[in-house]
Design a protein around this ligand. Structure first.
Ligand SMILES: [Zn+2]
Length: 112
C-alpha cells in the first residue's frame, strides 16, 4: 500500500498514511516509477551549462541538485565557498549510460 501524497510504502493492514492522513492506494498513479541516479558533479556554472545543453539536446530528463547556490550567486562566484557551488546531476537509471557517454565525450580532463 502506498500513500499518494508522500509516496511512502506501508505494510498491509494500514489504510491511512499516519503522516498525511491520506487513504492509501494499492499502486501509485504513475505506474512507471522512474528512479533517478547520480550522473555526475559539476564543479562550476559553465560546466553545469554544458552538461545541461548536452542532456537537453539528447532529450534526457534530468534533475539538478544544489543549483540554487550557483544561480543565486551567478556571476560573483568568487565570493562564495567553492564547495557550495558544486551541483549534482541526476538522471533516470535508464538514461544514465547514454548520458555518461555523452558527458565523457565532452569532459576536458579525465580523472584516473
Ligand atoms: Zn503520506
Amino acid at each position: 500500500m502506498f500513500c499518494p501524497k508522500c509516496k511512502s510504502e506501508f505494510v498491509k493492514g494500514i489504510t491511512i498514511c499516519p503522516e498525511c492522513n491520506e487513504p492509501l492506494v494499492k499502486e501509485l498513479p504513475e505506474n512507471k516509477f522512474v528512479e533517478f541516479v547520480k550522473l555526475c558533479d559539476s564543479p562550476n556554472p559553465s560546466m553545469t551549462a554544458i552538461i545541461k545543453s548536452i542532456l537537453d539536446s539528447a532529450d534526457i530528463q534530468y534533475f539538478v541538485r544544489g543549483e540554487n547556490m550557483q544561480t543565486l550567486f551567478g556571476g560573483c562566484l568568487e565570493f562564495t565557498n567553492p564547495r557550495l557551488s558544486r551541483v549534482e546531476f541526476l538522471v533516470s537509471k535508464e538514461d544514465k549510460e547514454t548520458a555518461t557517454e555523452l558527458i565523457q565525450e565532452t569532459e576536458p580532463e579525465k580523472e584516473e
